[in-house]
Structures are given as C-alpha cells and as structure tokens.
Design a protein around this ligand. Structure first.
Ligand code: PMP
Length: 365
C-alpha cells in the first residue's frame, strides 16, 4: 500500500490514525458485535457516540452552554438558505461581505429570501484582498452580518472576526473550522461542512446562539428548522450515523494531539514554509495580499501557464495529488488542512524546487 499526499480542497486527507481506527472497528464497534453503519440511530451504542461527539466538539472549540451544537445534512450549501429562513424573523434584509466565490454563492441564495445589503466586496481586485473594516456598510436594520472567514477557492482568510456593530455575526467556516482558535461568543452562528477539517463529506456543523432560534419562517421544513433540530438533538430523522462516528474519531485525534492550540501552531508553520518558498521563487507566485493569505488553501500560479499540465503530471508521479487549481481561477492550489502532515508540505516544496530547477536548466540550453 502506498498513500499519496493529497492536496485536495475537499473531500480531503484524513489523519491516518483515524482511518486505521475506523478499519479496526469496522466489523465490531467496542464489543457491540456490529459496525457503526449497522446501528440504530436511536439505540444505546449510537447514543453514546453522539453524546461524545457533541462533548468533544464543545471541549475543543470551548463552546459556551448558551450555544446549540447541531449536526445536519445538506452541506454548507443548505446553510446558505437555512440561515435566512431561520434568522430573518420580522426583518427583511441581511448584510453580506463578498470576498470570494463562496461568499458570492451565499449571497445569491440569500437573495431568494431577503434584500441583501452588500456590506463590502473585493470583487474589483479579483478577490485578492479583504476590504478595510472601516469601509464596510453595516445596516442596523439587517437581521445579521454574514462573512466567509476562509475563501477556499481564492485562498483569502480573515485573521480575526470582524466587528459586527451589534448584529449577529454569521460565519461560513467550512474550510478553516478547527484549524485555529476562535472566540465563539463573537458569533451568532457558525457553520461548516465536514469534508475538509472534520471528516468525510455528509455532516454540517452548526453552532448557534440559543436566543437566535425559534423564529423561523413558518414555511421552513422541519429538517431545516434549527429550533426543531435542536429540540431533537439533530436526530429528527435518520442521521448519517457513520459520518458522525468518523467526525468523532477526528475530534479524538485532535484532542490527543493537544487540541486546537497545538494544531494551529502546526498550521502556521506549514503555511509559512510554503508561502516563503513561493515568494522566493521565480517560477511560482501567490496573488493574495500578504495580510490575508489563507493558512488552509494556497493558490499559486506558474509564470508560464504552458507548464501547468507538465507540473501536474510530474507532481502526480511524485505522489503529490490534486494540486490543480479551481477551474474558475486556474493555476494550482495546495490545500493543507489539519490532516496534512508537515512532511507533505516539505515534499511539495522539494518537488516545486526541483521542477523550477529543471525549467531553468531547460530554458538555458
Ligand atoms: N463554503 C465554503 C467556504 C466551501 O469551501 C464550500 C465547499 N468547498 C462550501 C461552502 C459548500 O460546501 P458543501 O459542498 O458542503 O455544500
């Protein structure tokens, strides 16, 4: 067996010890005589898994008691609609910050339910920066302020939660959840799909302040209603049980490693190494303003796009997979989430350096 370093933006690499544990427990979970996949979502075994999952999530993220922790379906994309459905209440508008492709999608979906106030946008410079906070327009009549702390495609990340002028702050943390410490109390609601830093695709984490729920549009389907899901511990209907279990294993791995503080240090180190290499090379370039470069998704462009396919082929042959950039921006992208070991980043840098050396050699012949 040989495993590659997988730089996919998601679904992405999982920690090897997690996969091994899942393999060991596949046929018989803790002497139950059954696989987690075969358990009733209301039985005693799965209830224990679910309880530990929520407890570990609360511990890791230091989630206060007055926040509900939900595990839902539909991905982060479903949240684009569920947020206005659940949080508008009597209000008719909501503020959105546009810093890349994902916030743009959230805005488009919200437009079906309310008037979107575009608080700020970096579209004019191709989403390579974050607009200065003091230039944002925040409407006090809006129900909330939504932003995307890490733009997975454009590789732009906020270094801290923005001031929301008293509005509930809503964050799509799909691609940087559990990668850095956050102060939950600054947020009204945080959501994230599971397939980057949490586990296989199929679970959506929602952390929501209790006082914000219970005023959903009456037409909201029950499965999309935060208050109803909270009352039912996210088990209104059959949950993707195996995915909850896998997410639980990832959280256990993270706790053993020293929690979010510890993984954050590793993430800083990995990202700094890669940006440092890119910034000192003549072949590669990262277009994002230094102050808002993502630690998780690092796009880079080769100065000659004719080399792209050769680069990708050679990388693949060297055991470095999924480096192709998103089709909307081109170039390359290395996603280096929690599960990517530092050795994977070292191997990438070594490969990129060798590729550059060979190009220099060839162009000098
Ligand atoms: N938001 C962000 C920041 C994302 O990166 C993604 C997926 N790449 C989504 C939303 C959509 O997530 P899903 O596919 O789980 O609906």
């Amino acid at each position: 067996m040989s495993r590659v370093y997988n730089f996919s933006a998601g679904p992405s690499m999982l920690p090897e010890p997690v996969l091994q544990k899942a393999q060991q427990e596949l046929l018989d979970w803790h002497g139950s005589g059954m696989s987690v996949m075969e358990m009733s979502h209301r039985g005693k075994y799965f209830s224990a898994i679910a309880e530990k999952l929520e407890g570990d999530m609360r511990d890791l993220l230091k989630i206060p008691k007055h926040y509900k922790v939900l595990f839902l379906q539909g991905g982060a994309t479903a949240q684009f609609a569920m947020i206005p459905m659940n949080l508008l209440g009597e209000k008719s508008k909501a503020c959105y910050v546009k810093t890349g492709a994902w916030s743009a999608k959230a805005i488009k979906e919200a437009g079906k339910y309310c008037d979107v106030v575009l608080s700020a946008s970096s579209e004019d410079n191709n989403f390579t920066s974050i607009p200065q906070r003091d230039e944002w327009v925040v409407d006090p009549q809006a129900a909330y302020l939504h932003y995307t702390p890490n733009e997975t495609i454009h590789g732009v990340e906020f270094s801290e939660a923005p001031e929301a002028n008293g509005l509930p702050l809503i964050a799509d943390m799909s691609s940087n959840i559990l990668s850095r410490t956050v102060d939950i109390e600054k947020f009204g609601l945080i959501y994230a799909g599971s397939q980057k830093n949490m586990g296989p695709a199929g679970v959506t984490l929602v952390i929501v302040r209790e006082d914000l729920i219970g005023n959903a549009d009456p037409k909201t389907p029950d499965v999309f209603n935060y208050a109803i899901q909270a009352k039912n511990n996210s088990l209104l209907n059959t949950a993707p049980t195996y995915n909850w279990y896998m997410l639980g294993l990832v959280l256990e791995w993270l706790k053993e490693l020293g929690g979010i503080e510890a993984i954050e240090q590793q993430n800083i180190k990995k990202a700094e190494k890669l940006y440092h290499f890119i910034d000192h090379s003549n072949l590669y370039r990262n277009p994002v303003e230094v102050s808002c470069r993502s630690r998780m998704n690092i796009p880079f462009i080769l100065n000659d796009s004719d080399l792209d396919s050769r680069f990708l082929q050679a990388a693949e042959a060297a055991g470095l997979a999924e480096l192709k950039g998103h089709r909307s921006v081109g170039g390359m992208r290395a996603s280096i989430y929690n599960a990517m070991p530092e050795e994977g980043v070292d191997a990438l840098i070594q490969f990129m350096s060798e590729f550059e050396r060979i190009q220099n050699f060839v162009s000098n012949i």
